[in-house]
Design a protein around this ligand. Structure first.
Ligand code: LIP
Length: 271
């Protein structure tokens, strides 16, 4: 797809993400409650998650009725256009529930496959409604925060790196993740666990983190942030040096990426 076509998709994704952000912030003012839980009692979904995704789906299909949709809170919609929208309506749901200003609307537009290891990302928008920050990128068009170009931090050794990560919702998964962290923490400058993969990946793009890794992310958690980080100069990958998957996502400037992947391998992770 041409850069102009990707730019047009980005314009549409930005408009939708901003409308969704306004909706979610307003809905939160009305109070938040847990609507249901998923993999564990602390893996929560709020009514705002579901209502925000319904709004995004409606806006996408009004503009592009033949596109597919892959969303966290509803069934996958198979399209006929070859273009799919990958939606996390509220990434950082626990932060949203507690009122911590680190949750986001994450929208990516991809083509070629519904599999993150095989799709081609065309456009991405991540909005932090609490701060009003709009992170975005289009394939080959660079990454921006509020219109200003983004560039990852380069030439940072792991010993001086601020590394973001996150944890799952199930006790045994968290235990395994903590064991990896035990190996990594002494090697890095410090660790940050901010609670939204999309914002973590955008933080790498903006130089607010030097690197990020996490295991157990769904496609919608990393789809948009990964393109934004890549367009800002990061290498984004996963198991065995391949694409980011549920098993592992890593983002950092080349050099630090390889050093972090090596440390993760020594901690028993297929990086
Ligand atoms: C969240 C991720 C975060 C991870 C959390 C959770 P959600 O997504 O963005 O990086 O550590 O466990 O998966 O569930 O808020 O959409």
């Amino acid at each position: 797809m041409s850069e102009d076509a990707s730019a047009a998709l980005l314009d549409l994704a930005r408009r939708i993400a901003l409308e969704a952000a306004e909706f979610a912030i307003e809905a939160r003012r009305g109070g938040v409650s847990v609507a249901l839980t998923k993999s564990s009692p602390v893996d929560i979904v709020t009514a705002v998650d579901r209502d925000t995704e319904a709004l995004i789906r409606r806006l996408v299909l009004e503009a592009r009725p033949d596109d597919g949709i892959i969303g966290e809170e509803d069934e996958t919609r198979i399209g006929t256009s070859g273009v799919d929208w990958v939606i996390d309506p509220i990434d950082g749901t626990v932060n949203f529930l507690y009122g911590i200003p680190a949750w986001s609307i994450s929208i990516a537009v991809v083509t070629g496959s519904a599999d993150p290891a095989r799709w081609t990302a065309l456009a991405a928008v991540v909005v932090n409604p609490s701060t009003g920050e709009v992170f975005e990128a289009s394939a080959g068009g660079g990454a921006r925060l509020d219109g200003q170009p983004l560039q990852v931090n380069t030439n940072v050794p792991l010993s001086h790196a601020l590394v973001g990560t996150g944890f799952g919702y199930e006790a045994e998964v968290r235990r395994a993740q903590a064991e990896v962290l035990l190996e990594l923490l002494p090697l890095a400058r410090d660790i940050r666990r901010m609670g939204s993969a999309a914002l973590d990946l955008c933080a790498v793009a903006a130089g607010r983190l030097d690197a990020y890794y996490e295991r157990g992310l769904n496609a919608w958690d990393h789809a948009a942030g990964a393109l934004i980080a890549q367009e800002a100069g990061a290498r984004v990958g996963g198991p065995g040096g391949g694409a980011a998957t549920f098993d592992l996502a890593i983002a950092a400037a080349p050099g630090l990426y390889e050093e972090l992947a090596g440390a993760l391998r020594r901690a028993g992770v297929d990086a």
